[in-house]
Design a protein around this ligand. Sequence first.
Ligand code: NDP
Ligand code: X2W
Length: 326
Amino acid sequence: MKNIAIIGASGYTGAQITALIDADASLSIQGLYVSENSLDKGRLLADLYPTYQHIQIPLSPLSAAAKQTIVEQADAVVLATEHSVSLELAAFFYQQGLAVFDLSGAYRFADVEQYPKWYGFEHTQAAVLADAVYGLAEWNHEQIAQSKMIAVPGCYPTASLTALKPLKPMLTDAYPVINAVSGVTGAGRKAQLHTSFCEVSLTPYGVLGHRHQPEIATQLGQEVIFTPHLGNFKRGILATITVQLAKGTTEADIAAAYQIYDDCPLVSVKHNQFPKVDDVVNTPNCIVGWKYDPQSNYLVVASAIDNLMKGAASQGLQCIKIHFGL
Ligand SMILES: NC(=O)C1=CN([C@@H]2O[C@H](COP(=O)(O)OP(=O)(O)OC[C@H]3O[C@@H](n4cnc5c(N)ncnc54)[C@H](OP(=O)(O)O)[C@@H]3O)[C@@H](O)[C@H]2O)C=CC1
Ligand SMILES: CC(=O)N[C@@H](CCC(=O)OP(=O)(O)O)C(=O)O
């Protein structure tokens, strides 16, 4: 039994991973934490989220004493906190010997120079960053098993990389074009004008400047054009990707490449059949659908996940289970 502390447990991804850990017989919850001055400190998770009525655990303020208790009692921490908060907390717990599963982007780039540009802070933890591995569960099993510092991927990168990585040997110099739509929970639980009910309407954002573009490009080893969109639904991501493949590529080549997922129960791949967001909402699954034109060598591939599940919490759980050999 591995004992897990969840920090940021009142947020959307934190509450989701709390529910997953609570339901897993090989894991226990050491405690649920929010910031020291949180308006929610002392409240029960079940009171914030009546869906989780069975989780009658209080949200504790993450004081210095609480951090010490976590170090003494927990095997691992999940950080469901914003990037700049995770930056320091991950280093603290990692250096105390705990395994860290960070849902934020604070440890996803190996190169410290990327952080000021994409995250707006200098990365102050180069030594910890050097040990961090990228937790794309279907691809990085060995690294996740070996390192105690796991950077769980972003939601859009999970959807995009799952579709694109098998195709890497067939890509040309032409950039794959990724158009993705996310539900509003992707922006987190805190109140913001652009995610308020009356403001949300399908629109692109972060055009030619979203931090997930370099995350996808780094992990794919190929530049991409990435355009995220905010949709007027709660959960889920659909990434529709147009990609030019090398001359001579056949449908059989593509089908063979996607067979890499034959042993992956959470990823299913369909030919000439496309997923809907609702097919994956509230599931840990990724569904990929593709269609190819051998005359032009253009492939359209769509990838659907639940942003809070495969895009964050359930992939975090996969990493925990891989890491501890459960
Ligand atoms: N939402 C999504 O679909 C995805 C999110 N992510 C990443 O996961 C992380 C969490 O996202 P999300 O759940 O959406 O965010 P939320 O805004 O919903 O939740 C953030 C949580 O962090 C807590 N928190 C804030 N400051 C501190 C602090 N100093 N110490 C401890 N807890 C703190 C908040 O509680 P309080 O403020 O009351 O203390 C809250 O519980 C982010 O880095 C995000 O980028 C990754 C993939 C997908
Ligand atoms: C709809 C929405 O706002 N989505 C978030 C992505 C959430 C995610 O994957 O988070 P991190 O990479 O930040 O951890 C965004 O575009 O910033």
